[in-house]
Design a protein around this ligand. Sequence first.
Ligand SMILES: Cc1cc2nc3c(=O)[nH]c(=O)nc-3n(C[C@H](O)[C@H](O)[C@H](O)COP(=O)(O)OP(=O)(O)OC[C@H]3O[C@@H](n4cnc5c(N)ncnc54)[C@H](O)[C@@H]3O)c2cc1C
Length: 618
Amino acid sequence: MSYAKLVSALVRGNSGKLRISSGRCRSTAASTKSREEKEPGGCAVVEAQPVELISQTRSASDAPLSRVHIDFDNTKEAYESKGNAELIRSLVVFKLCTVDLLVEKNKELIDLSRKVLGQWLFEKVMKMTFYGQFVAGEDQESIKPLIKKNQAFGVGAVLDYSVEEDLTQEEAVKKEMDACVSEAEKGSPGADHREKKYKAHRQFGDRRGGVTSARTYFYADEAKCDNQMETFIKCIKASGGASVDGFSAIKLTALGRPQFLLQFSEVLVQWRNFFNFLAAQQGKSEMMLLEQKLELDQLKANLTQMGVGAKDDIENWFTGGKLGSSGTIDLLDWNSLIKDTTKISNLLMVPNIESGHLEPLLKMFTDEEERQMKRMLQRVDVLAKHAVENGVRLMVDAEQTYFQPAISRLTLEMQRRFNKEKPIIFNTYQCYLKDAYDNVTVDIELSRREGWYFGAKLVRGAYMYQERARAEEIGYEDPINPDYEATNRMYHKCLEYLLEEIEHNRKANVMVATHNEDTVKFTLDMMNEMGLSPTENKVYFGQLLGMCDQISFPLGQAGFPVYKYVPYGPVNEVIPYLSRRAQENRGFMKGSQRERSLLWKELKRRLLCGQIFYTPVY
Ligand SMILES: Cc1cc2nc3c(=O)[nH]c(=O)nc-3n(C[C@H](O)[C@H](O)[C@H](O)COP(=O)(O)OP(=O)(O)OC[C@H]3O[C@@H](n4cnc5c(N)ncnc54)[C@H](O)[C@@H]3O)c2cc1C
């Protein structure tokens, strides 16, 4: 088969599916335990069952392990940090979120109220309602009291500066198309050989559509990216000042031109597909992903035959270091070939269907574009260094699938450099993705092999509607699991793998970032079963500020490391964030109403006990 045919096969069909078994595939610290696959079932509403868990560290092996009792129905504990006025505010806000008209027309209503009330009164009303519920304050100083109070009740903070531009759809689309299309593409559209998934499409230019939970950044220029980096630095410093063990969250789309993320993602995916194709050539495609070890001699012969490079060049790929010394190459070795050639000009290699060669994308770039890419990597580096200096752990948020391979890979490169002594950089894995388990297992294996601390935040994923609509309209495979149950199973499967990794190798860390009570209970049950103590600080929990206090606070008071994502920023500039909160809570509250009923229960309990003016003591 000629290389042209190979490439065309890759581009068309992505050369088949990656196969990975549902079993463990650890090269080291292999788990021999067989655990039954658990079917999590529907997740939104659960019967509250007290969860027992071990409260002492495992190392104290001769001491009997005592058990902590967590009751997610205990409203006294859940709302101990809240005064009555705050409970009433939560009830009002969550009730308002169930009024469809209010949620759907929230933008128009906000504009109208601003006009009618005037800016001063509008801000007061917002602070008494939505802003007060979901946002901690305007700046690093004003959020301190809330952070201190939550800490006193066992709940930490992941600071998340939440200012967003309030762009119209047309403005957003224009910015996106300018930022995602290279000068060469603008000059001769269609002349390249890019996959359509990794190209900007005008109809999806406004990346805010169909997204809950997540904030969206649009590129304007390099100065704006520098400003955003400065904001993240302030946030990191504030996290360092606010607690010993703080977290800060960042998004890579804020730090540079997204064109680079699109192109690098495409290269990474094609590179992986290429490995898959080569594995098929050696009859190994049916094997588990990490067990596909390609015979080096045969691989070199195949590559030379395909005309991918000159014989000497190919020979050079596999010399130096340990690469290929075993006579075989696996996916991790293969991926490291990209790292080994990381002069940026060599980084972006893609197959060209017509010429049948791997060609650098960069030769089509202007000098300014190349400088922009370098600056993005430099900004990421600056932030990681600030995180280290301030003793803060950095969470890199996951974004859309056409950016995510690059985001994840750049985060992994940071982990390699900065997680040698402890976990500083955390990657995010979205379990609504069909390939979430592959991604988690491959990255864990790499951390194990190279000996650095693995840090992961596990989420279900915030971009589902947009991802599905884009895949259907542009014409590529939907990257999302077929249904909610499949996403739940994927989440629990990835989590189980991670917890087993922690059980065997205390270098891994995970944040279980979810509002799903079933998933939290599943985690506690597994920790209990494995004897993983909360005080070891290996398993964290994460929820958003203003949501699911009935999960966060009992966990915190039982000694678990639990964190709220704490958004902050001036009222006018967090309005887009608040609109999304209203929308997410609409779906959420309709499904369960659990949080409201618990808030009512606690309010009634206090009134019956005569605690009309309850104020939290700390
Ligand atoms: C602390 C924290 C940090 C976060 N960081 C990120 C981040 O970096 N990147 C990011 O993308 N998201 C992030 N999120 C958002 C997260 O991905 C979810 O959108 C949100 O938390 C809702 O999921 P859940 O597990 O809390 O609740 P659930 O109600 O149990 O799950 C809802 C989620 O299930 C999935 N789902 C729903 N219906 C279907 C269906 N029909 N088919 C397949 N899947 C379905 C979707 O992902 C949906 O958001 C974060 C959330 C938290 C709490």
